[in-house]
Design a protein around this ligand. Structure first.
Ligand code: PAF
Length: 278
């Protein structure tokens, strides 16, 4: 794969890369379409990366509908599909890992120890194999995006990181491969996450600057939903995930909930204007 990609680059091709774990949905396809606009060769990887799952997580049951994924990628006219096995990526003596320390220690990092180390390591390896000019990630995994941008900066990867907006169901629920675990009734309950974030956003736009009050607005929308347990709702700087004392400019509302035993994450970025604020 590396030889093919380097060969393409020598011929002057601009490689746009979309790394995925498969179980593709409209969210992934929007990343592929964005990649198409950014490069002249679109490479997609499908690899369910074992090192980003902690013991007891859903690695074994993570959906792997490979034939359907391939059909979607053909429809999107993707140039190259990289489909490595675990042993292609991790040799038996593999013992080098990438840790983006600060950003990986909070939110998802606190709840899923080792998760971001696994993500950073595999993304570093994929960037080294595919050598893209640009790599496209979804805002849906907001903390992952912040971490990858830091890693690329800290380790001087030559790739440009582009972030594409979250694609949502009509209910507002963010598209996610893990939504496949749910039936219609559960999907409808899961839409409380989006309602909560929008309630928080409305308060911030109305002029509320206190992160605790903005968080409470989201909580009061999400908490009463049956079967839902909130892990966190955090109002943070979306770029470096610093805690905000006041919401005066751009702010990220990050949410993680458990719904009937499945963990769901989402975020939105709010941009309250100065006008009309108290
Ligand atoms: O976002 C994902 O699907 C994965 O975390 C990624 C970036 C493909 C790494 O395995």
């Amino acid at each position: 794969m590396q030889a093919i990609c380097l060969g393409l680059k020598r011929k002057g091709r601009k490689i746009a890369f979309v790394p995925t774990m498969g179980a593709l949905h409209e969210g992934h396809l929007s990343l592929v379409r964005r990649a198409r606009k950014l490069g002249d060769t679109v490479v997609v990887s499908v690899f369910v990366n074992p090192t980003q799952f902690a013991p007891g997580e859903d690695f074994a049951r993570y959906p792997r509908p490979l034939s359907a994924d391939k059909r979607l990628l053909v429809t999107e006219k993707v140039d190259l599909l990289f489909l490595p096995t675990a042993s292609d990526i991790y040799s038996t003596d593999h013992s080098t890992f990438v840790d983006v320390e600060e950003i990986s220690s909070i939110l998802e990092g606190a709840a899923r120890p080792g998760h971001f180390r696994g993500v950073a390591t595999v993304v570093a390896k994929l960037l080294n194999v595919v050598c893209p000019d640009v790599a496209v990630f979804g805002q849906k995994d907001g903390q992952q995006v912040a971490m990858i941008k830091s890693m690329v900066r800290h380790l001087n990867f030559p790739a440009r990181i582009v972030v594409a907006p979250t694609v949502r169901e009509r209910s507002g629920l963010a598209m996610s491969s893990r939504n496949r675990y749910f039936n219609q009734e559960q999907l409808s309950r899961a839409s409380c996450i989006h309602r909560g974030m929008r309630a928080a956003e409305a308060l911030a736009i109305a002029g509320e600057e206190d992160p605790a009050k903005i968080e409470a607005a989201a909580r009061s929308e999400i908490e009463p939903t049956p079967g839902v347990r909130i892990d966190y709702i955090a109002i943070l700087d979306p770029d470096d995930l610093r805690t905000l004392d006041r919401v005066e400019g751009k702010a990220g509302i990050f949410v993680a909930v458990w719904l009937d035993g499945v963990r769901l994450i989402d975020n939105i970025i709010v941009r309250p204007s100065r006008r009309g604020r108290k």
